[in-house]
Design a protein around this ligand. Structure first.
Ligand code: ADP
Ligand code: ZN
Ligand code: ZN
Length: 763
């Protein structure tokens, strides 16, 4: 054996998009008998089983665990330079480890689908050139008898670097036929070439096509900065604190009440990084919030190229946006959850807005990660500050601040002159209630409308009514495939299941006894109808997933409210998210009682966050706001405490409860979730998984298996087994040891299962 050859052999350890929890070794591609140099982060093609697949080089190795003779050779290079820099690759490796998920799927989650399939890192454009022969023929005045070909050849010969196909489309429609004829004569040829610059999907800017391609200069932003208010003292000290901490990793919890000017703080911090030639990544919980935030960043930094990444993009748009990011053109990157993996070069700051929002947690599918938590890990790996902002921080983040891992920055007062709203409970037991609205609430709405205010009515259900019931025999319309009732959608004339999407015509009599049926309870549609009756002539807008399916529809509703065209807005959770309606002076929470008695230990936190967020929509302008919360449990300590002491008081008490019950953040959780077509199969699998755990460490508990609260959904039965430990390291060591044995269980093949580390939704 040649000793030198053995030493210099390099293997590519690659990630492949499969559920297998491992990496794979390949011999490097060879060209002219020599190995092609591969770099971690590059995509390559490798044979996998009988297929050829895209893989990402994760590391270079000199030895493989696979037997020498069985190593296969990579078949092609895709990238000439890595699509993941070392820090991003390290983040993904860390995430695969922490979430105990297949590394190939984790890395795949960080690429747009087309890039996963091998689309080039840089967009290729079709270019047409005149060949040397073509030029000579052109000079000789050829082809004489084909005027269209002659004209095209002239155009191509005149352009030193050829013409883009798009250019030709515009200049001479129908040119392709002539081009093909010229190509047939050997006088012209087509090439695919990278053409860096703006693409259709990237946000338009005034900067021109190559603004970002030159090394980004430090100094004042070219083109200037849009109008900015003078910072209030509290905002200034927040900005100063972050700036003073320098260019190192530091996690900041920006806890500012709604309307306190958190966004203004993000803008100032972003400006500072942009001026220094560094890039900024801003994460928002959902697509609906991106237009507003994009608008504010665009108004402030009109010439800074940006990219927006969210789930509403087509595959082609997503690829184009990713290219804008990876080539460094986009200097401001805004996006939802998966944007935490955006390959932003030279990142100087990460902002996570509304950090408490559950949408940052991917809670279904295979790879279940928290974009907020990964943002902190990424910032740490890069040595840059991360700012987590919220009016209602998660108890996890508050705990991290109390423990000194994060630094809390408070904005306790509203920016400008707005006053915090006054909150009041309405005891439903002493009220006459019509269609969910108490007479006190109706009176208040009247008053605010008469006072030229706008009113927001929040209810946590969409549809007309959550139940359709028989007036005689007590039958209620069930979903055939779920442990749930069908929701009445009256205007559509349908019954719909909100858990599985089942949809059928609305019956007008009971299928069981033939008597009349009627809708029971309230949804947004019914509240809207009843308000329209009570306040005839007052324009009403509704905001829920039935009326708003796309970002554009959301913008239309938001515009109607913001412009004052609609006076009353009825909506679900969607209305609680960050909108700024300065003229809303009254918020009515129709029913706060869901969540007061839930089995989920996070229900109270979520309810408090919802109430505080929706209340925050009131009185954002010059006039004070009023918030009415309807409840049958006005003495409930959560509601009473929230009103007496605000979110801070609530959070303090809730953390104390979590501590004594041993729930997160005072312990760590992982949920093994399973579903199958029978309840037995899920429970058998989870019971087997529990047995496979054997003797568990003292600091660790297994809880369950237990069926999910809504056990049957879309015909499948769901259950889970919880793993809890006070020690993060103990939990993860246990998972490392346990998962391979779970995977090997024969029952594992009869169920669908997934591990959810740090689950947000329980039961
Ligand atoms: P938050 O993000 O905390 O809800 P915003 O940044 O949206 O708060 O600010 C609320 C409102 O106050 C916005 O209309 C914003 O333009 C305005 N605002 C913020 N900071 C200032 C300031 N320093 N001076 C005047 N107005 C401000
Ligand atoms: Zn009946
Ligand atoms: Zn259903």
């Amino acid at each position: 054996v040649d000793k030198d050859a053995a030493v210099t052999t390099t293997l590519w350890r690659v990630a492949i998009d499969t559920p297998l929890r491992r990496l794979f070794d390949y011999l490097p591609l060879e060209q002219d008998g020599a190995p092609v140099p591969g770099v971690p982060g590059m995509r390559v093609r490798v044979p996998f089983g009988r297929r050829s697949v895209v893989a990402v080089i994760v590391s270079l190795e000199s030895e493989s665990t696979a037997p020498e003779g069985r190593l296969r050779r990579a078949s092609a290079m895709i990238d000439a330079q890595p699509v993941f820099d070392p820090a991003l690759l390290a983040l993904l490796t860390w995430a695969a480890d922490y979430y105990h998920h297949a590394p190939g799927e984790v890395i795949a989650a960080a690429l747009p689908r087309l890039a996963r399939e091998g689309a080039p890192r840089t967009a290729l454009t079709e270019w047409w050139l005149a060949t040397a022969a073509g030029r000579a023929q052109h000079a000789a005045g050829e082809p004489r008898r084909a005027p269209r070909q002659r004209e095209l050849l002239g155009r191509l010969a005149a352009a030193a670097t050829g013409c883009a196909a798009t250019e030709l489309d515009a200049a001479s429609p129908g040119w392709r036929e002539a081009a093909r004829a010229l190509a047939g004569r050997g006088w012209a040829l087509a090439q695919q070439q990278p053409e860096p610059g703006m693409t259709a999907a990237a946000a338009p800017t005034d900067a021109g096509p190559d603004a970002g391609l030159a090394a980004t200069p430090a100094g004042p932003l070219a083109g200037g900065v849009g109008p900015a208010p003078e910072l209030a003292a509290q905002q200034q000290s927040a900005v100063d604190a972050v700036v003073a901490a320098g260019d190192r990793f530091h996690a900041w919890l920006l806890h500012g009440i709604t309307g306190s000017g958190k966004t203004e703080v993000y803008l100032r911090l972003a400006q500072r990084q942009l001026e220094r030639g560094r890039r900024v990544l801003v994460l928002v919980p959902e697509i609906g919030l991106t237009p507003q935030l994009v608008a504010r960043f665009a108004a402030r930094f009109p010439t800074v190229p940006r990219a927006v990444l969210h789930s509403g993009l087509t595959d082609t748009q997503r690829l184009a946006a990713w290219r804008e990011v990876i080539d460094g053109h986009a200097r401001l990157v805004l996006g939802t959850r998966s944007a935490v993996f955006a390959p932003v070069p030279d990142l100087g700051l990460i902002v996570v807005d509304e950090e408490h929002d559950a949408s940052f947690k991917q809670h279904d599918g295979g790879f279940r990660y928290s974009a907020r938590d990964l943002a902190v890990v990424r910032a740490q790996a890069l040595g840059v500050p991360v700012v987590l902002g919220s009016a209602t921080p998660s108890l996890e983040s508050l705990h991290n601040a109390l423990a000194g891992r994060y630094t809390r920055l408070s904005l306790p007062r509203r920016a400008a002159h707005a006053q915090p709203p006054r909150l009041r409970l309405i005891d439903l037991r002493g009220e006459s209630v019509h269609a969910g609205l108490s007479s006190t609430a109706v009176g208040a709405i009247e008053r605010h409308l008469a006072d030229a205010g706008q009113v927001l009515v929040y209810i946590n259900r969409r549809g007309y009514a959550p139940t359709l019931a028989c007036t005689a025999c007590g039958w209620v319309a069930p979903c055939a495939d779920c442990d749930a009732r069908m929701t009445v959608h009256l205007s559509a004339g349908r019954l719909r299941c909100h858990h599985c999407g089942a949809d059928r015509p609305l019956p007008n009599q009971c299928p069981q006894c033939g008597y009349a049926v009627r809708p029971v309870g309230q949804g947004t549609e019914r509240v809207e109808a009843s308000l329209a009756e009570t306040f005839a002539g007052v324009p009403i807008a509704r905001l829920d997933r039935d009326v708003v399916r796309h970002a554009a529809e959301l913008e239309a509703v938001v515009d109607r409210v913001a412009s004052g065209a609609a006076r009353i807005l009825v909506g679900t959770q969607m209305v609680t998210k960050g909108h700024d309606f300065p003229n809303v002076t009254l918020v009515v929470v129709l029913n706060a009682d869901h969540g007061l008695f839930s089995t989920d230990f996070r229900a109270a936190e979520r309810l408090a966050q919802t109430i505080v967020q929706v209340a925050g929509r009131a009185g954002r302008g010059d006039r004070p706001g009023e918030v009415l919360i309807q409840t049958e449990y006005p003495e409930h300590p959560l509601l009473a405490g929230l009103l007496a002491e605000g979110f801070d008081g609530f959070a303090e008490r809730a953390l104390e409860e979590r501590r004594s019950a041993g729930w997160p953040p005072f312990s760590r959780l992982a949920a093994l979730r399973a579903s199958a077509t029978t309840a037995e199969a899920t429970l058998e699998f989870l019971a087997a998984a529990r047995r496979a755990a054997g003797h568990v460490p003292a600091a660790l508990r297994l809880l369950g298996p237990a069926p999910a609260a809504l056990a049957r959904r879309a015909g499948r039965h769901h259950a889970q087994l919880l793993v809890e430990s006070t020690e993060r390291a103990v939990l993860h060591r246990f998972l490392d040891r346990w998962l391979p044995t779970v995977e090997a269980l024969p029952e594992a093949r009869r169920t669908r299962w997934a591990l959810d580390v740090d689950p947000l939704e329980l039961f």
